[in-house]
Design a protein around this ligand. Structure first.
Ligand code: PEP
Ligand code: MN
Length: 283
């Protein structure tokens, strides 16, 4: 970590707040929830999800249109058509959009439509991509690599910061280990360490960590109790029919119920579930 110059805290209260829109910010006292499907499948799917989540304490919409699939024969994403579907949901329901960028060639189109660009685990050390994202005027959600150390993760963020983009949010999404019962191992120790070491917001993705829908709500609550600044969670109107990551997709009902169950946990750690606009006025 010795070489990290820009991502480390300069003093105890040093924290960066990353704005996704005029009323959604990550890294302040609010707990931000990003929800949506693994993959954008069609207009109706996104419309249903955005309509229902926009009425819950869910602050941003996720959905992949360029998908890093293990098999080249699996669905690879809708590309630009998917970006247009997300953008139309944004204009209808007012939710900022988060979607993955896999290559430098995709940056321009994604930055035109999305409010935050996600770097997936498989690209955490794609240094040319990180450098290029340093020049983008949009926040970056950097997911921890499948087997990245905390130092490697911080140094990947450092690449984006060093190339000029100060708006980086870190995402712990589970790391590879020996146990195959869960898809990955959610490393909440890393969340605590990253919030002590760096001034960047840290969110948790319990979906890719657990890989099983029945484990997600408890892990989400544990993440908020451990100090995470937010969550990114996959859900689908018909979870079993999800074209990717079906086993970990929550139903929309379960997603909404989960978000409400976070409220007392957020309050217990001095936070609230919501946006700046919802900040209670001090008496
Ligand atoms: C995703 O968010 O759908 C995804 C592919 O995540 P990760 O890069 O963490 O595997
Ligand atoms: Mn997924």
């Amino acid at each position: 970590m010795k070489e990290a110059k820009l991502s480390l805290k300069q003093h105890a209260n040093h924290r960066t707040v990353v704005n996704l829109s005029v009323d959604v910010a990550i890294g302040d006292k609010s707990v931000v929830v990003i929800g949506g499907p693994c993959t954008v499948e069609n207009q109706q799917q996104i419309d249903t999800i955005a309509r229902r989540l926009s009425q819950a304490p869910v602050h941003a919409l996720r959905g992949g249109v360029y998908k890093p699939r293990t098999s080249p024969y699996s669905f690879q994403g809708l590309g630009v058509e998917g970006l247009e579907i997300l953008a139309s949901a944004r204009s209808r329901y007012g939710m900022p959009i988060v979607t993955e960028v896999m290559a430098i060639s995709q940056i321009e189109a994604i930055a035109q439509h999305a409010d935050m660009l996600q770097v997936g685990s498989r690209n955490m050390q794609n240094f040319d991509l990180l450098k290029a994202l340093g020049e983008v005027d949009k926040p970056i959600l950097l997911k921890r690599g499948l087997a990245a150390t905390i130092e490697e993760f911080v140094m990947a963020a450092e690449y984006i910061l060093a190339h000029g983009n100060p708006n980086v949010v870190l995402c712990e999404r589970g790391i590879r280990s020996f146990d195959t019962y869960t898809r990955n191992v959610l490393d909440l120790g890393a969340v605590v360490a990253l919030r002590q070491l760096t001034h960047l917001p840290v969110i948790v993705d319990p979906s890719h960590a657990a890989g099983k829908r029945e484990l997600i709500a408890d892990l989400a609550r544990a993440a908020i109790a451990a100090g995470a600044d937010g969550l990114i969670i996959e859900c689908h109107p018909e979870p079993e029919k999800s074209v990717s990551d079906a086993r970990q997709a929550l139903s929309i009902e379960d997603m909404i119920q989960l978000t409400h169950s976070l409220e007392p946990i957020a309050a217990a750690v001095g936070r609230f579930l919501g946006t700046q606009a919802a900040v209670p006025v001090a008496a």
